[in-house]
Design a binder for this molecule. Structure first.
Ligand code: ADP
Length: 351
């Protein structure tokens, strides 16, 4: 796979994808609005955003399938304006895999190799060996002769991934690759996708609306809203410091507090902190007899692992919290509450 050339230290290959000040319009709609995005060679970057934010258009512009109104897309330091899709050395994988139903699994994976072979790149034996290697990589040994119609959704996506990796693309573009799968399978396959991409040494850009998928698969993420990248960084940077309240909630924080409620919570529970706005995960507040906060139980719902409660916290108002199984959290009960500071994030710009 083409990636960093560590023997020569050639920085032009380690640069990877650079999107600079890119704007894509459809008539009056600005689908991608002055976007900057880097995908260093060997890394996996997720572009995370809600439906309609412009992430697929961004991916398509990188692939050369949409034409930017302004800005540039380059790879390895080379501007790709005017370079057609099939000459960019990129591979695409979509939500529905788009397998050829009349070909078996091996032939599906070999398809891009055969296109190359017709241009004299690989012998048939080398093709078969490469297909076996790819089946092994995606955990589908023994599936070579299967027809796509006999595969589960997850197996189909793994075949699609093997096909996308077949010709060692210098950049893999993944458009919601797991979204069509049901939840349990999606989680498992996200972890596998993470491992497969690393094992292949792939450079990849993943676009998704699913924050769990982004966290499970990527090294870095860029959060997109209304055509713009609102925040980018490592997973840890973005997760621990969401740029604003919208981003925090989109990332899965349960509540964002600002103004008096946030200040009151801070004074009572973390007096050394300096934030004025804060995002809380559902489990940030816990019913705890030694906690510094007092509250009244408004609602309680037992789940297999814990009790989910809604509390009226003195000074901070109605907030979600958790309690250990067996805790007395009858509606109306007075309880004490602690705040787990590893489950909160300060918000710099308020809501
Ligand atoms: P996402 O992938 O985040 O759901 P898209 O990139 O598909 O978002 O769309 C971003 C915006 O651009 C939306 O407002 C969408 O309606 C619009 N759009 C996307 N493709 C086209 C197109 N081919 N023609 C006109 N408008 C489009």
């Amino acid at each position: 796979m083409v990636s960093t050339d560590s023997t020569t230290g050639d920085s032009s290959t380690s640069v990877g994808l650079e999107v600079s000040d890119l704007t894509v319009r459809f008539g009056a709609t600005v689908a991608v609005d002055q976007v900057d995005l880097d995908v260093p060679a060997g890394s996996v970057v997720a572009v995370l955003g809600p439906s309609g934010c412009g992430k697929s258009t961004l991916l398509r512009a990188v692939a050369g399938l949409e034409y930017p109104a302004s800005g540039s897309v380059s790879y390895g330091g080379r501007d790709l304006a005017g370079v057609p899709t099939h000459k960019r050395g990129f591979a695409l994988m979509f939500q529905d895999g788009q397998l050829f139903e009349h070909l078996d699994v091996a032939a599906n994976i070999a398809y891009p190799l055969r296109l190359r072979h017709s241009r004299g790149h690989r012998s048939r034996l080398a093709q078969r060996e490469r297909v076996a290697e790819l089946l092994d990589l995606v955990g589908l040994e023994g599936y070579a002769d299967r027809s796509p119609g006999t595969l589960s959704g997850g197996e189909r996506q793994r075949v699609a991934l093997a096909r996308a990796l077949a010709v060692d693309p210098r950049l893999l573009l993944l458009d919601e690759p797991l979204s069509a799968l049901d939840r349990g399978l999606r989680e498992r396959l996200a972890a596998e996708l993470h491992d497969i991409l690393r094992a292949a040494g792939a450079t990849a850009m993943l676009v998704t609306h699913d924050q769990e998928e982004a966290f499970a698969v990527a090294d870095r993420m860029a959060v997109m809203r209304d055509g713009r990248i609102v925040q980018s960084g490592t997973l840890e940077e973005v997760w621990s410091r969401p740029a604003d309240g919208w981003t925090a909630q989109f990332l899965g924080y349960a509540t964002v507090l600002s103004d008096d409620r946030a200040r009151r919570l801070r004074e009572l529970a973390v007096p050394t902190a300096t934030w004025d706005s804060v995002a809380l995960r559902r489990s940030a507040l816990r019913v705890d007899p030694t906690g510094p906060l007092t509250a009244r139980v408004e609602e309680a719902r037992v789940t297999p692992d814990q009790i989910r409660v809604q509390l009226d916290v003195d000074g901070a108002g109605s907030l979600p919290a958790v309690a250990d199984p067996g805790t007395d959290v009858r509606v109306g009960a007075q309880v004490r509450v602690s705040l787990d500071t590893s489950r909160i994030a300060p918000i710099p710009q308020g809501i």
